[in-house]
Ligand binder design. Sequence first.
Ligand SMILES: [Zn+2]
Length: 211
Amino acid sequence: MFSGYRFEMIVGCMSAGKSSELIRRIERARLAYLPTIIVRPTTDTRSRPNHVESRNGMASQAIVVDSAKDILKYSSHAVVIGVDESQFFEDEIIDVIISLLRQKKKIIASGLDLDFRGKPFGPVPHLLALADRVDKLLAVCRKCGSDFACRTQRVVHSSEQILVGDAQYEARCIHCFEPPGEYQLRLDLPKIEQAVPQLVLAAQEAVELAS
Ligand SMILES: [Zn+2]
């Protein structure tokens, strides 16, 4: 039996370092001689087969499962269970994690909290509510360079919620994020910058009239 957090969630947009943080925490559990496994769904094709890989080059062996229920098959000897790309699992993952927690196991799960539309992704909001530790990681905005990217911008046109691949996405801050369908709307809105010089001119005229 170990003390500390029982269910940790690592969330954020793409390129925020979620997988490397998951691998780092699992490695620490291994250093403490705790039996560990990492599982990930088949939908994530970025990593090599039977591995979880981060963009900064960290890698660890992982068990690829077709459904969340399969995690129960592989976790009998594990004490700490890492779950990568948890947003791609069906809602069944919620009951699976509750069941693992009842078996006194520790869960560390990572995943996207929001999809490309900026809406909560799959079972992740429910898992965040169940977790006793939540870390929301931020990335660097690919448009303005700020350190506060929290949205995943899809840069190709598709209405599918799941479109796997790094080339189709980039991390954006909340100001640079353009949700699909709203970009055109934003272009149609009157620009505030254009209204400001008019106000300045009006103020200058008022000063001239008064003098
Ligand atoms: Zn930005």
